[in-house]
Design a protein around this ligand. Structure first.
Ligand SMILES: [Zn+2]
Length: 88
């Protein structure tokens, strides 16, 4: 599949400043997903949103292949995951 790399422009700091959350999706095993409050996770503000997943770990399965994007999907609409049904 041709998955265009997410733009490096948007950082966690910008996301937090905009009052938006980080949506994290476990691609490892369980498909667990959740919105993370950036005020409550310890990641560098200058870290690109697309790179944040490399710093996270799934709370359900412990997997480390986490896919991250802005929670509202606005900036990267094409990459938004469909609702899994058991969100939250
Ligand atoms: Zn998982």
């Amino acid at each position: 599949m041709s998955e265009a790399a997410a733009p490096k422009g948007l950082t966690l700091g910008e996301l937090r400043a905009a009052g938006r959350k980080l949506h994290a999706y476990c691609t490892d095993d369980c498909g667990h997903e959740r919105d993370l409050d950036l005020a409550r996770i310890a990641l560098p503000a200058n870290l690109a949103v697309a790179e944040a997943g490399g710093r996270l770990k799934c709370r359900e399965c412990g997997g480390k292949r986490i896919y991250t994007l802005p929670a509202d999907g606005e900036a990267e609409a094409g990459t938004r995951k469909p609702e899994a049904g058991k969100a939250k």
